[in-house]
Design a protein around this ligand. Structure first.
Ligand code: NAD
Length: 544
């Protein structure tokens, strides 16, 4: 039967955040789930064309806050599996791009319902153990944000499809939003399970088929998303799950003439290397691949002398240290006026020293471990550098211990050099550097902030003086793709603060927005003439 209806998806509401209070149902459930996961080891296969594939090339999955504990193993893809996945994506494309959009929408809406209900505790517990996130950080990531991505993307898709050109008498015009020709390569980072889920599903929703390479340190939680999508009815081959080494798999995938786009989130160096490889391979491709890449940040909190001190200190603590500073949006440098500094310093040290650190299973901990040994060594290297530098002083934290888990105490560095290494480079850990400036040099210091780092992701201004806010917005226009006034620079919400930065922070295609989804379609303009002319001559050709 033909379809004679236009389904409307109303603008969704953001998924409410559960609180996990003492005695709550959700707290009991997640504690049970954590225990169950800790008691078993699992073996994670690849999923290609809907089938489990085991390569025997195994890698271990360990708990960052207790690295002696193994959660299981995963199979790693190689060249053969890349070829299989490309073939599976090609085979699935024929039906998937013909699938009516509302069927595609229903699959991702169902995924949102499952995640909001029966799968919530599983994905949250997996994120807690695999990425060492406390329950609240997991809840806002792997439950709420991913549910929002599924629901809002569906809604934004309908808005794109509704955008149609004008028709005129005798002419019907339409825009057909074709999926891209070929497959999309989704490459996701470790730090947000929701990004793992969004990178393959946003292109898939728009009718594309996908190869998804999750981050090696997030395979455990990302595999649960794959299971959720299968449960939601995603057809075989639409998303092909190929964990493994990025530097091995990336170049193999980028060889394919069918590469239609990459949907990447991660570090600058990886995006740069993929961009270059695509450039070198450009003659091989059938189309110009879409490159959507969101990368790092050197995010700031800038303070004017009229700021409210308690509000500022809370933003510094939460903005810099939640999830151990491993958010691309985490505050990692701050500018404080001289006159305010003594009071801010006292309160900041008090609060940071009070942050409780430990394993995620103990819900009283605010801080957990950093992701792995490589990250631990890198972050502790920066702390060591500051410890030995004349122009810097560590005023709290600084202790690092990897004997049981990868624990780094939240650290605050004060520097007299606004270009000190830790003011410029992304550290991606719980390290905040402070630069104290004379209040008479507000504008000059704003300019300094603008020019200090190559990134342009997030930033915040704290001020009660409206003109000072205005000045900061002017001078910092290109310093942040997400700009906050009297708020911490983290915690962007889908549908409310579309997320992404410019400069070296990425292509700024705003994850979870209409603009991002536009990158996964290639519009076709179709004109139908109801009364085609039957004579080539125009009226002007008639003589008097
Ligand atoms: P990463 O760059 O190390 O890894 C990201 C992904 O790229 C992983 O899946 C990895 O295996 C893969 N990869 C590595 N080498 C590759 C290659 N040569 N070809 C193809 N893929 C390759 O990043 P990470 O440590 O997982 O995540 C942290 C980084 O991500 C930080 O820089 C952070 O700022 C950034 N990030 C940005 C945003 C944003 O929205 N802007 C969000 C989250 C994280």
């Amino acid at each position: 039967m033909g379809r004679n209806n236009i389904i409307r998806f109303p603008r969704p509401k953001n998924e409410p955040i559960l609180e996990y209070r003492r005695g709550s149902v959700e707290k009991k459930e997640i504690k049970e789930r954590l225990q169950k996961m800790l008691n078993e080891e699992i073996e994670i296969p690849l999923i290609i064309g809907g089938k489990e594939v085991k390569t025997g090339n195994l890698a271990e999955i360990r708990v960052p806050h207790n690295h002696r504990h193994r959660l299981g193993y995963y199979h790693q893809a190689g060249k053969k599996e890349v070829d299989m996945a490309i073939e599976a994506a090609r085979a699935a494309k024929k039906d998937w791009e013909k699938t009516p959009w509302e069927r595609r929408a229903a699959i991702f809406q169902r995924a949102a319902e499952l995640l909001s209900g029966p799968c919530r505790a599983t994905l949250n517990a997996a994120t807690m153990l695999c990425q060492s996130k406390n329950v609240f950080q997991s809840e806002i990531d792997s439950a709420c944000e991913l549910i929002d991505f599924f629901r809002f993307n569906t809604y934004f898709m309908t808005r794109i499809y509704q955008e149609q050109p004008a028709s005129s008498p005798g002419i019907i015009n339409q825009t057909e939003y074709r999926p891209l020709e070929g497959f999309v390569f989704a490459v996701s980072p470790f730090n947000f399970t929701s990004i793992g889920g969004n990178l393959p599903t946003a292109p898939a929703l728009m009718g594309n088929t996908v190869l998804w390479k999750p981050a090696s340190s997030a395979v455990y939680s990302n595999y649960q998303i794959m299971q959720l999508l299968i449960e939601a009815g995603l057809p075989e081959g639409v998303i092909n799950f190929i964990p493994g080494s990025g530097s091995t798999l990336g170049p193999l995938v980028l060889e394919s003439p069918d590469l239609a786009g990459i949907h990447f989130t991660g570090s600058v160096s990886v995006l740069n290397s993929m961009y270059k490889t695509i450039g070198v391979n450009i003659d091989k491709y059938r189309s110009y691949p879409r490159i959507v890449g969101e990368t790092g940040g050197k995010d700031f909190i800038f303070t004017h002398q009229t700021a409210h001190i308690e509000e500022l200190v809370t933003a510094l603590v939460r903005g810099a240290f939640e999830y151990q500073g491993q958010k691309c949006s985490a505050a990692s440098r701050t500018y404080i006026p001289e006159g305010m500094w003594p009071e801010v310093k006292g309160k900041l040290i008090d609060q940071v020293e009070g942050l409780k650190m430990g394993r995620v299973e103990d819900f009283t901990n605010f801080i957990n471990a950093v992701i792995d040994e490589k990250a631990f060594d890198n972050i502790s290297g920066y702390i060591e550098y500051a410890r030995n530098a004349d122009e810097a002083e560590i005023i709290c934290g600084g202790d690092c211990d990897k004997s049981k888990g990868y624990f780094i105490k939240p650290t605050v560095i004060v520097t007299t050099d606004p270009h000190f290494k830790t003011m410029e480079e992304e550290i991606f850990g719980p390290v905040l550097t402070v630069y104290v400036y004379p209040e008479t040099e507000y504008e000059e210091t704003l300019k300094l902030c603008d020019e200090t780092s190559p990134y342009g992701l997030t930033g915040a201004i704290f001020a009660r003086d409206k003109q000072a806010v205005q000045k900061a917005r002017e001078i910092l226009t290109h310093a942040a793709g997400n700009f906050y006034i009297n708020d911490k620079p983290t915690g962007a919400v889908v549908g409310q603060q579309p997320f992404g930065g410019s400069r070296k922070s990425g292509t700024n295609d705003k994850a979870g927005s209409l603009w991002n989804l536009m990158r996964w379609v290639s519009p076709q303009s179709v004109k139908e003439n109801l009364t085609p002319p039957q004579d080539y001559r125009y009226p002007f050709m008639e003589e008097e």
